[in-house]
Design a binder for this molecule. Sequence first.
Ligand code: COA
Length: 117
Amino acid sequence: MAAGESGASTIRWNESQRRFETEDGKAYIQYALVRESEEGEGNHNPKVVAMDLIHTYVPNSKRGQGVAAHLCNFAFNHAQAHSLSIIPSCSYVSDTFLPRNPSWNTLVYDKNLKSSM
Ligand code: COA
């Protein structure tokens, strides 16, 4: 019997593979870390500022049950908890998840905002 109920399976952070995934590892959201050097003060130590969500994948058999939305929510909550912005490169994130969850737009990476901080 599957662990999840109504498609809402448990999500885990697979840090070594830079993805958030379901327990069976078959559905995932893949990210890349974006680093930026802080300007001024002679500080050129690049700091992780954002997670670029590059690909979301859910197997055919699990599609249409909100698994991708669940993965996105986990990724956005993770980014927020780690003070990171999100770059929504994956079309599912930019074209479906964010329009349906507009409150998360506050986390979307804004280079101008960052550089003025
Ligand atoms: N881009 C944007 N939105 C997409 C999409 C895509 N490529 N594929 C499907 N969607 C939308 C559908 O229109 C659907 O809308 P509906 O609820 O009105 O039917 C919605 O996603 C379903 O949401 P949810 O149930 O949370 O998604 P899912 O668990 O079925 O997974 C994908 C969605 C895109 C991750 C899955 O279809 C998949 O793995 N596709 C192949 C890989 C892919 O194209 N990834 C996205 C680009 S990186």
